[in-house]
Design a protein around this ligand. Structure first.
Ligand code: FMN
Length: 371
C-alpha cells in the first residue's frame, strides 16, 4: 500500500495533479513523467527505496546500482539482487560497468530481454576496484575503446542507451564534451554528467560551467546535470547556469525523498510544495522498511536497514538510545517497537526546519589513489 500522507501534508490532490500535468521529457522513444532523475547510489537506491520515492510522486527516472556486466551474464545471485525490480518501478534503467565489449553487449541484450526500459553505461565511477580494469571513469581516458563499446551496445539493443560520466579524468583532461559529442553521433539517448572530475572524487563543489560545456557540445540529446542538488535553489542554478534538460539527484534524495515531488511542483507552478513534517518522515521510514522486508526477507532487511538507520536518525532525532538500537536492528517486531517510540516523541514536537540538514551519506575520502 502506498504511503498515506498525514493531515499536515495534504499531498493526495497534489499527486493527482503531478500525475496528469508534470513537465515530461523524452528519452529516445520513452516519455518520462518528469525531468528529475534519481542518481544511483550503490547500496542505497535499491528497489525498496526507489518504490517508496516513486510513491511520493515527481520522479522521472531511476537507475540501479552499478552492475558488473560479466557477473550479470553469469546470473550471479548478488547481481540478480541488484537488478530486482517490479512493474511499478518504471521507467527503470540498469547501470552496467565493465570494459570488455563482448560482456557489455551480452549484458545489454540480456537486460533488454529482462524488460528494463533503458540501459545506462557507467563512465563515472572513480573507485579503484572499478577503474583498475579499465571500467567506470577509466573509460574516459580511452577514447576509442569507450566509443566502440558504446557503438556496439547501441547497435545491439532497441531500448534507449544512456551514459553517466564525469567531466573527465582530471582538470588537464576534461574529455566530457568530446565524449558527449561522439556518443550523440553514435545514437546515445541521453547523458548524465556529474560536474566533477575523477580526480576530484566527491570533493569541492560541482562545476556548473563544466556541465554547460557538455550541454553545448551536443546538438539535441538531453543532458542531465548532476551534483550537489538538494533543493529548488540548487536546481534553479543548475538549469540556469548549464542549460541542462533534466537533473539527477543522489544524496539530496536520501536527505529528502520528497525532493522529486517538490521540484516537479515547482516546475509546474513556480512554487515548491511544503516540506514534509515529522510524521511524514516517520511514515516514509516505516514504508521503506516494510518494502525491504517484502523484497529481501526479515534477516536481510534488518541488515540493510542498519546501513540507513543513521540517516533516518539525523532527520528524526530520536535520541542516542533509540539510534543505538536502530543501527543494531534485530527483527521487524523490534523495528515496530522503535518506530512507535519515535512516533510518541515526534507527535508533540513543533515542525522542523529541514533545509538546514547535512547529507548523511559517507563518501570515500583521502587520496584518490587509495580508493
Ligand atoms: C555512496 C555512493 C554510491 C554511488 N554509487 C554510484 C553508482 O553505483 N553508479 C553511478 O553512476 N554513480 C554512483 N554514485 C555517484 C552518484 O550517482 C552521483 O553522481 C554523485 O553522488 C553526485 O550527485 P549528488 O550530489 O546528487 O549525490 C555514488 C555516489 C555515492 C555517494
Amino acid at each position: 500500500m502506498p504511503i498515506a500522507p498525514s493531515k499536515a501534508f495534504p499531498t493526495s490532490s497534489l499527486m493527482e495533479t503531478l500525475k496528469t500535468k508534470m513537465a515530461t521529457m523524452q528519452l529516445g522513444s520513452l516519455t518520462l513523467p518528469s525531468r528529475f532523475w534519481l542518481a544511483p547510489l550503490a547500496g542505497y537506491t535499491n528497489l525498496a527505496f526507489r518504490t517508496s520515492v516513486r510513491e511520493l510522486g515527481g520522479l522521472g527516472h531511476a537507475t540501479t546500482d552499478l552492475v558488473n556486466a560479466k557477473a550479470l551474464i553469469r546470473t550471479c545471485r548478488k547481481t540478480m539482487d541488484l537488478i530486482q525490480t517490479s512493474t511499478f518501478d518504471r521507467p527503470f534503467a540498469v547501470q552496467l560497468y565493465g570494459h570488455v565489449i563482448e560482456d557489455m553487449v551480452a549484458a545489454a541484450k540480456w537486460l533488454e530481454g529482462y524488460g528494463v526500459t533503458s540501459v545506462d553505461i557507467n563512465m563515472g565511477c572513480p573507485v579503484r576496484k572499478v577503474t583498475k580494469s579499465g571500467g567506470g571513469s577509466a573509460l574516459l581516458c580511452e577514447g576509442s575503446n569507450a566509443t566502440t563499446l558504446v557503438q556496439k551496445i547501441v547497435e545491439s539493443v532497441k531500448i534507449p542507451v544512456t551514459v553517466k560520466m564525469r567531466l573527465g579524468w582530471d582538470k588537464d583532461n576534461l574529455s566530457g564534451p568530446w565524449f558527449a559529442r561522439e556518443f550523440e553521433k553514435l545514437g546515445v539517448a541521453a547523458i548524465t554528467i556529474h560536474g566533477r572530475t575523477r580526480e576530484q572524487g566527491f570533493s569541492g563543489s560541482v562545476d556548473l560551467d563544466g556541465i554547460r560545456s557538455v550541454v553545448e557540445a551536443v546538438e539535441k540529446i538531453p543532458i542531465i546535470g548532476n551534483g550537489d542538488v538538494k533543493g529548488v535553489s540548487d536546481a534553479k542554478a543548475m538549469f540556469e547556469k548549464t542549460g541542462c534538460a533534466g537533473i539527477a539527484i543522489g544524496r539530496g534524495a536520501l536527505l529528502n525523498p520528497w525532493i522529486f515531488q517538490q521540484l516537479s511542483t515547482w516546475d509546474l507552478t513556480g512554487e515548491p510544495c511544503p516540506h514534509a513534517g515529522w510524521m511524514d518522515r516517520l511514515q516514509f521510514m516505516r514504508r521503506h522498511f516494510r518494502l525491504l522486508v517484502e523484497h529481501k526477507g526479515e534477516r536481510f532487511s534488518c541488515l540493510a536497514f542498519r546501513k540507513v538507520a543513521n540517516w533516518y536518525c539525523r532527520v528524526l532525532k530520536p535520541g542516542h538510545q533509540i539510534q543505538q538500537q536502530l543501527v543494531q536492528l534485530e527483527s521487524p517486531a523490534h523495528f515496530e517497537d522503535l518506530a512507535n517510540q519515535i512516533e510518541e516523541l515526534v507527535k508533540i514536537r513543533p515542525e522542523p526546519n529541514w533545509p538546514d540538514l547535512e547529507c548523511p551519506v559517507k563518501v570515500p575520502s583521502g587520496p584518490i589513489s587509495h580508493w
